[in-house]
Design a protein around this ligand. Sequence first.
Ligand code: SF4
Length: 240
Amino acid sequence: MTVYLRINIDQRNIRALRDLSRDFERRGWFENPRFHPYLAPLERDFSGKMRFAAEHEMAQMVAEAADEEPLIHRFYWGFHGLSFLYALRAGRAPEPVMRYCGATTGDYVLDARGHVHACWFGAGQDAFELGDISQVAAGLPFDARGRKRVARWRSRGVTRVEPCSTCKWALVCGGGCAFKSRAKTGDMMQPNCAPFTEIFDAVGKAVLEAPPEHWHDRGARSGPKGQLGIEVHTASRGLR
Ligand code: SF4
């Protein structure tokens, strides 16, 4: 069993990463090849109710925190595009990202009613429903509407989203989140751009010059037999 520990961060709890990294170090968890803690920056939503800092601003805060406590590099920093830098740092060729996420490659997500969706952001929302698990269990195909929606999700990538095909970030990005592009524009085939230039400016030097003994991916990691995802907040007060 491999544990991927998601640590949601925003501008209010980044300061707590120092103590969290020291605690993980003290417990020896960073040495466990089946333990993968990663930082997930929370994003602004589209209702304007949440007031999170922009992703590159959070990236800057994490880089500054890691300046003071290099153990923070033992977390995978889940900012957009950093898998590219991590690959370069490790001397690997970065993998081109033709599609943004599993919703565009083959994921199915069930909601509590047994409805099937391609995207977990859209799970539970009728506009994203593909069909019903009872259809799948009976070996039946989705109906015409569901098949059309599946085809649309699975076709979304940098070659199909018009501005992406000529974007310099295309193969680092994959076209961005379809759910969010739909939430912003009403059309899931629009791009959803992350601030790659600003993120790289904010953390590129910190990532590439991090002491190798503190890399999150130092040494060999054995392949997962199964995966368990756990979500925590480093400071839960006030977070939703
Ligand atoms: S940054 Fe924007 S335009 Fe460029 S590939 Fe990503 S979503 Fe498409």
